[in-house]
Design a protein around this ligand. Structure first.
Ligand SMILES: Nc1ncnc2c1ncn2[C@@H]1O[C@H](COP(=O)(O)OP(=O)(O)O)[C@@H](O)[C@H]1O
Ligand SMILES: [Mg+2]
Length: 287
């Protein structure tokens, strides 16, 4: 092994061969150079094959910007995102995305929603319905195939979105606050579903969230982000047993992780809160 001098311009590249996803020194700023908002500040981390990694940080810290960059939806950034060893530019079939906003097609029923990516790929109806059915069953929506999204709860609609992403069998599942609009109980139960799916498919997953319980419940590792500029504050291994269910939230070990991560997050969340309050005061003063 050769020892390179530390470089300030480029982070150490991850050498591990089983990295499914590598975020390497990614930097993104918005606005003019004289008054930039640095949304993502030289972030580096990786997700190993089959691993569930969560990026957590307070609102406004740059999570969705990072999500868009990894998903190939945002250009004009510095650094590199790699799937395996391949740098990605633009949307990549290996990365399946689930968005915070509801993204089901209201005029399509459940099975037609889930089968949609296969339809785009020109796969015939019988086969695409068979494949869609498999993932509908997996997310626990068997029996609801013919329902329209408007006939489902918010949690069920998010499961439709997840099934629609999984149907393309992406190497990496990338989700941005998929449960943010759901109540806490639904969130915990949906977390169970996600854990089961991840185990069944050995699905490499990167979740982005501000929710501490969700992060600890689901993850193998958690990347804590700072608030503006968005940097990696700490990466924590979550050494809770698998298979795991939502019962884990009542364990002492779970509580310790939550407390530990909140210790890191509190300062960042406070800065975010102070920032949004000062904006609110300025907005009010402007009338
Ligand atoms: N398209 C954009 N143009 C200008 N500023 C943006 C844009 N998108 C995000 N930002 C700013 O970048 C920062 C991070 O935003 P975002 O990534 O959405 O944070 P999060 O998802 O963690 O809430 C915020 O200050 C936000 O206002
Ligand atoms: Mg966001």
């Amino acid at each position: 092994m050769t020892l390179a001098a530390p470089s300030t311009t480029h982070a150490v590249q991850s050498q591990s061969k089983d990295n499914a996803l590598t975020v390497d020194n990614v930097y993104k700023q918005f606005g003019a150079n004289d008054a930039p908002v640095i949304a993502v500040d030289h972030m580096s981390f990786d997700v190993r094959q089959g691993e569930f990694v969560t990026v957590i940080g307070p609102s406004g810290c740059g999570k969705s910007t990072l999500f868009s960059i990894i998903g190939g939806l945002m250009g004009d950034y510095q650094g590199q995102v790699r799937v395996g060893n391949e740098p990605i530019n633009g949307p990549h079939p290996a990365v399946g995305m689930v968005f915070q906003e509801e993204s089901t097609f209201p005029w399509r029923n459940v099975i037609e929603n889930v089968a949609f990516p296969l339809e785009l790929n020109g796969i015939g109806k019988a086969e695409r319905h068979e494949r869609a059915q498999h993932f509908i069953n997996m997310v626990g929506l068997a029996g609801f195939e013919k329902r329209l999204p408007s006939e489902l709860s918010g949690g069920m609609r998010q499961r439709v979105s997840i099934a629609r992403t999984l149907v393309s069998q992406p190497k990496i599942l990338l989700m941005d606050e998929p449960f943010a609009a759901l109540d806490e109980q639904t969130r915990l139960l949906l977390g169970d579903k996600i854990t089961q799916i991840q185990q069944e498919l050995n699905q490499t997953t990167l979740l982005i969230t501000h929710n501490l319980t969700e992060a600890v419940q689901l993850s193998d590792r958690i990347v804590v982000m700072t608030y503006r500029p968005g940097r990696v504050k700490r990466i924590i291994d979550i050494d809770l047993p698998r298979p795991r269910t939502s019962d884990v939230v009542s364990s002492a070990a779970f509580g310790k992780y939550v407390a530990e991560i909140w210790g890191d997050l509190r300062e960042e969340a406070s800065r975010g809160m102070a920032d949004s309050e000062s904006h609110a005061v300025k907005d009010a003063a402007r009338g």
